[in-house]
Write a protein that binds this ligand. Structure first.
Ligand code: AMP
Ligand code: GLY
Length: 426
């Protein structure tokens, strides 16, 4: 059978690569894909983005199922459009994707259903927002309501920073979220990514993971989409795992069903976990994390096409996911100027060729393109070099060994991916 993956990043490369290994899958198409998916065995890029074109393609190629990578097409209703055309697709509807596309929706949903999250208030009026911040004090977190590609959150350590963020978000039209801010309590603890597959009723937990959001070593510099990740997350002990399912995931799936927005698709809860094991939801995403997906997919031993089928058919309670017991760790290699203004067109050297298969590492592409016979940078996050190891330090060592072989002008990366987990169980 044939599978279609929507998207062009590292997460989609990892999904396509894993799906192509299914014995039932003859071909994985990626729309539009990148230079990495173009070279993957059993994978082919198709230069399509509009829903009409994608639906026509899925029909013409008799695509068995479509898997959506990024949030933008989900928030734009790609799942609704495919289902209306009687095509099998895995992802949340436009209404359900509001869990990510509107912070205000997510916060009100969690409050209504008793799901633990930071205290919050939503404002359209700047004067009221400023007054609220003065009353609450710092540190405090200011978020633009809406998809803002990682730019919409300011963790303000001082009142001055909070006031500046409100000014920017309520006045500056460059925030796609528009004129609404959510202001919330600053949460302390350690963050982890808790991602499940949901079929509307049941949830299948994927391996846990943690990412590094800041650009520079030691968690300094601007927020990014993620500079590296590893799986599993040591902070998610079996007790924390059980609580996350009981207090967050299952109430979310039940609550969405009760509210008439049955949730199907990957569901990503960003959790803030305290040393005593109590947890709160920092955010929901309606998709796999990137670069978490690269680490998770490297560890997945089950047939991903089977899991996707079970999810689309509402049978996730009948399947289990099997994981490589080793640690997977991914290092993001980013372009010059990322995240503010990534430069494109730098030639990349040292990429492993099609024949260079390695059992314990994989170079997932994100922002890459082919220019003649050269692979060049074509986006902020360029590659995610992901490796397996018997422990965090072995996975880290292996990933950086592969990283060292790859070069391009302006390369930015962190040297400390995994440091939190190393501190725990090196
Ligand atoms: P979000 O887009 O909501 O995930 O926020 C981006 C990042 O900002 C999160 O991954 C956290 O590191 C941080 N953050 C968001 N909300 C809070 C909060 N209430 N307290 C502390 N840190 C937060
Ligand atoms: N790495 C965080 C995210 O995908 O949102």
């Amino acid at each position: 059978m044939k599978i279609l993956v929507i998207g062009s990043g590292g997460r989609e490369h990892a999904l396509a690569w894993r799906l192509a290994q299914s014995s039932r899958v003859q071909k994985v198409f990626v729309a539009p894909g990148n230079a990495g998916t173009a070279l993957e065995d059993g994978v082919e890029n198709v230069p399509l983005t509009s829903f009409e074109e994608l639906i026509a393609f899925a029909r013409a190629e008799q695509i068995h199922a479509t898997v959506v990578g990024p949030e933008a097409p989900l928030a734009a209703g790609i799942v609704d459009a495919f289902r209306a055309a009687s095509l099998r697709i895995f992802g949340p509807t436009r209404a359900a994707a509001q869990l990510e596309s509107s912070k205000d929706f997510a916060k009100r949903f969690m409050t209504r259903h008793g799901i633990p999250t930071a205290r919050f208030a939503t404002f359209t009026d700047a004067a009221q927002a400023h007054a609220y911040v003065d009353a609450q004090g710092a540190p405090i977190v200011v978020k633009a309501d809406g998809l803002a590609a990682g730019k919409g959150v300011v963790v303000a350590l001082s009142l001055a920073e909070a006031h500046a963020a409100i000014g920017l978000m309520l006045l500056d039209a460059s925030y796609t979220g528009g004129a609404r801010v959510v202001i919330e309590e600053f949460l302390e603890g350690e963050e982890a990514s808790f991602i499940v597959m949901a079929d509307g009723v049941h949830a299948l937990a994927l391996a846990t993971s943690q990412d590094h959001k800041r650009l520079q070593d030691g968690d300094l510099g601007p927020n990014t989409g993620g500079m590296g990740a590893y799986s599993p997350a040591p902070v998610v002990t079996p007790g924390v795992h059980a609580r996350a399912m009981r207090e967050v995931i299952l109430p979310t799936i039940d609550g969405m069903a009760k509210d008439g927005m049955t949730y199907t698709g990957f569901l990503y809860a960003g959790l803030m976990i305290k040393p005593d094991g109590t947890l709160k939801v920092v955010e929901f995403n309606c998709r796999l994390g990137d670069p978490e997906a690269q680490a998770i997919m490297l560890r997945l031993k089950s047939d991903l096409a089977d899991l996707v089928d079970a999810a689309i058919d509402g049978h996730l309670d009948r399947v289990e996911a099997e994981w490589d017991r080793r640690v997977a760790l991914g290092v993001v290699m980013a372009a010059a100027g990322y995240p503010a203004a990534p430069r494109k067109g730098d030639a990349i050297s040292g990429l492993p060729g099609r024949a260079a298969h390695s059992e314990d590492s994989h170079v997932f592409h994100a922002g890459t393109a082919r220019q003649g016979d050269q692979t060049v940078t074509a986006g902020g996050r360029v590659l995610c070099v992901t490796a397996l190891g018997g422990n965090v330090s072995a996975a880290q060592k292996r990933a950086y060994e592969v990283v060292e072989t790859i070069r391009y002008d302006g390369l930015q990366m962190r040297r400390d991916i995994g440091y939190r987990a190393l501190g725990k169980r090196g």
